[in-house]
Design a protein around this ligand. Sequence first.
Ligand SMILES: *Cc1c(COP(=O)(O)O)cnc(C)c1O
Length: 373
Amino acid sequence: MNDSTTPTQISDLAAAYDVTLTDTPTPHDERAAALAAPRFGTVFSDHMARARWTADGGWAERRVEKYGPLQLDPATAVLHYAQEIFEGLKAYQHADGSVWTFRPEANAERFTASARRLALPELPVEDFLASIEALVRVDREWIPTGEEASLYLRPFMYASEKFIGVRSTLEAEYLVIASPVGPYFAKGVNPVSIWVSQNYHRVGAGGTGAAKCGGNYAASLLPQQEAYANGCDQVAFLDAATNTTLEELGGMNIFVVAADGSVSTPSLTGSILEGVTRRSILQLVADRGIEVSERAISLAEVQSGLRDGSIAEIFACGTAAVLTPIGRLAGADFDLTVGDGTSGALTMSIREELTDIQNGRRPDRHGWMHRLV
Ligand SMILES: *Cc1c(COP(=O)(O)O)cnc(C)c1O
């Protein structure tokens, strides 16, 4: 749907990233094999973008270089106090060969908000966008082209100062790595089961829940294991203060679709990570004239809604899986099927609309797509 077939000029800021090409590029056949069947997060492109910050000098040393191991002093601050933040977004190659990302400004702004909360330096929005453009231009042959395939981009920043005293770092490293990914659901979209954790929480009031930081994920891994042990795919968290309202999954936001067609999602209380996918779904649902609200959603309300049929669908959402239907919700003292346990109609329809926009198959009426190449 995007008719701009001429390659774009590199932006001035992206050109500020000095490129040193790898001396050991992945052989063509090996790359082709990796792109044909990528397993999420296991294969990485040949290069990475990076920049370095010091309290004295600010941001400097912007560059794209060979992907490879980092050498860390054992006293590097991040290894001790987890001063780290990250982002996740995707680059999509459209049918005409052009390459795009989806709302990267939103990721860039969230990255600065996360940096503030973790007392890390803020990377300017333009710099974030430029680093992604610079890397994707160098590694554009790593973008898979199959159905629902993309190049997953992982910008992150960590406290790199060699210092184990407790204060915010005076040095930071920013990097972007890229991983080709196929469809999240190898065998087509299937509903997942959710374990509602009633004895662990992700974060508390005033904590880091609204920041995208590794520490939040560290705290979610044991409850995620508990979900597996109980035969579920993913864990959902309740609020820490009352243990009664639904917040989100370990790495995805959650939506409820009522039988009357209305849609709701937990309001941003400060302990929920505001997903770009969540925000986009709120818009697409409203565009259809459907009633949509951000509000407190209690577990009790969801349980009774599933029992009496007044809740028709529940889904999770995030960049990696886009929209994921939820077919079953279980916890220590309940086990409920959502609808008839299959993928909900609205869930699948919004999923298709969003992936069509991202892949250039439908008009981008909100100006969400950002061209990289
Ligand atoms: C990244 C993330 C999401 C989803 O955000 P998107 O921008 O939609 O990918 C939701 N919850 C948590 C905890 C996350 O880290």
